[in-house]
Design a protein around this ligand. Structure first.
Ligand code: 9YW
Length: 427
């Protein structure tokens, strides 16, 4: 591997800020100008933390703009198409989900509540910021009510993902089996744009895309009726990542409700938390010794250890024995690669260190896992994850993700959420 000498932290800080400014489209930030020219849901939440480093007003605005696209029923889309751009496929007309603004019809990991709490807690708690927090609070609550109403059809306290894109971990091998029953016979010809910006070997395959589009087609044919989609759609998986993230987000929302004196809401949020804490054990796979996603159609566990498995620390769940098992996995994984935290267990046959969510390290998930480990008293591990993320960025650049073996960048560069993670945490 070519080793670029370490640069001064100040220079990297400046580059990170410059990336956020360059990707700022006025009120929202694109993840990457070429590859992802719209507003993405969980990206914006992470990006807000990056802006908080130098422009708190802009940080709040990022989340406010995202919630300006909330549907009447509380749903918050995964993409908001504020402007047209032919550089991304599938665009607004393929989704045909919502107008003014045009949006996609699926959601993404519900992390915004946690970011609102972080933002407010880390600030001066001035009247102005408290007002902004208080104005966002009911919108976030409405989104979480939407999750409780639509995304737990079996009442297990877990989150069902209805599309791999919803999980934010698009082509994780966890979805290979559940997506294999998606009927792709009705997919006509289409032109991908991602592979004209990036090398195909770092992206999801054609088969993955056929399935993604067939599931979009199902949603469109059912006029994005989320009741129908979550009960009868072709892809329904209890996602370990979204479930852990929502559990933590509900705890953060509860803290905001209490700060605002919203006692009735507190009782409702506490009930969600309790239900999830009790239900989460269904995701524990005893043979694998980890929390894994589970297909709701055939009830099977993925039996795969992914970076999302370690979000149990972030969610604050797991028995002592379960935690020990997960720490033992970290010890084992660490010996197999050079940079933590890979998105898939390197001992798994599907491990592919450059291909998106099948191996590369993603700064955002690593950050959440590190945060959880720190909260749970595993500070040495938390520091190791921070250190590795900082080294990857310092030596390679602000890539979308990184190879855990060579440290090379993979996916887009000048990436907003990687810059944000440097500013808020790693740098
Ligand atoms: C795509 C924007 C998004 C992230 C996802 C990531 C990728 C979009 O990019 O998905 O079309 O491949 O998987 O988590 O929000 O950065």
């Amino acid at each position: 591997m070519m080793h670029i000498p370490s640069k001064d932290t100040q220079i990297i800080d400046d580059s990170a800020r410059a990336i956020l400014k360059t990707n700022d489209r006025g009120g929202y930030t694109v993840p990457n100008g070429r590859v992802y020219p719209f507003q993405w849901n969980w990206d914006s939440a992470f990006v807000a933390l990056g802006f908080a480093n130098f422009n708190r007003d802009r940080a709040w605005l990022e989340i406010e703009t995202l919630f300006a696209a909330q549907w009447d029923d509380g749903f918050l889309p995964h993409i908001v198409f504020w402007q047209d751009d032919s550089g991304y496929f599938p665009g607004a007309s393929v989704w045909d989900a919502h107008e003014n603004p045009a949006t996609s019809g699926i959601t993404q990991p519900p992390i915004a509540a946690s970011m609102v709490r972080w933002l407010w807690d880390s600030g001066p708690k001035s009247e102005r910021e408290t007002k902004r927090m208080a104005a966002l609070y009911p919108k976030v609550l409405k989104w979480h009510r939407w999750f409780a109403r639509y995304r737990d059809p079996e009442g297990r306290g877990l989150v069902v993902a209805t599309h791999p894109w919803e999980t934010g971990r698009d082509n994780s091998p966890e979805w290979d089996q559940p997506a294999s029953r998606v009927d792709i016979s009705g997919i006509g010809p289409y032109e991908r744009r991602d592979t004209s910006h990036l090398e195909p070997h770092v992206r999801p395959t054609k088969l993955d895309y056929d399935r993604y589009l067939a599931i979009v087609q199902f949603g469109r044919e059912h006029c994005w009726d989320h009741d129908i989609i979550a009960r009868t759609g072709p892809f329904r998986v209890a996602d370990v990542g979204m479930t852990m993230i929502l559990l933590r987000a509900n705890r953060d929302l509860l803290a905001l409700a209490e700060a605002l004196g919203r006692r009735q809401d507190s009782a409702e949020i506490k009930a969600w938390i309790e239900k999830s804490r009790a239900g989460i054990d269904w995701l524990w796979n005893d043979e694998t010794g980890a929390f894994c996603s589970r297909d709701l159609i055939d009830g099977r566990s993925s039996a795969m250890i992914t970076s999302a498995s370690f979000l149990s620390f972030y969610a604050g769940v797991g028995t002592e024995k379960q935690r020990q098992s997960l720490i033992a996995h970290l010890d084992r994984i660490e010996r197999k690669i050079n940079w933590m935290l890979p998105s898939l267990d390197p001992d798994h046959e599907a491990f592919d260190p450059m291909r998106y969510w099948r191996g590369p390290c993603w700064a955002v998930v690593t950050f959440l896992v590190a945060r959880g480990l720190l909260d749970e008293g595993e500070s040495a591990w938390a520091e190791r994850l921070r250190h590795d993320t900082a080294a990857l960025i310092r030596d390679t650049g602000f890539y979308e993700a990184f190879c855990p073996i060579s440290g090379r960048g993979t996916g887009g560069d000048q990436f907003s959420w990687t810059a944000a993670m440097w500013l808020f945490w790693a740098g």
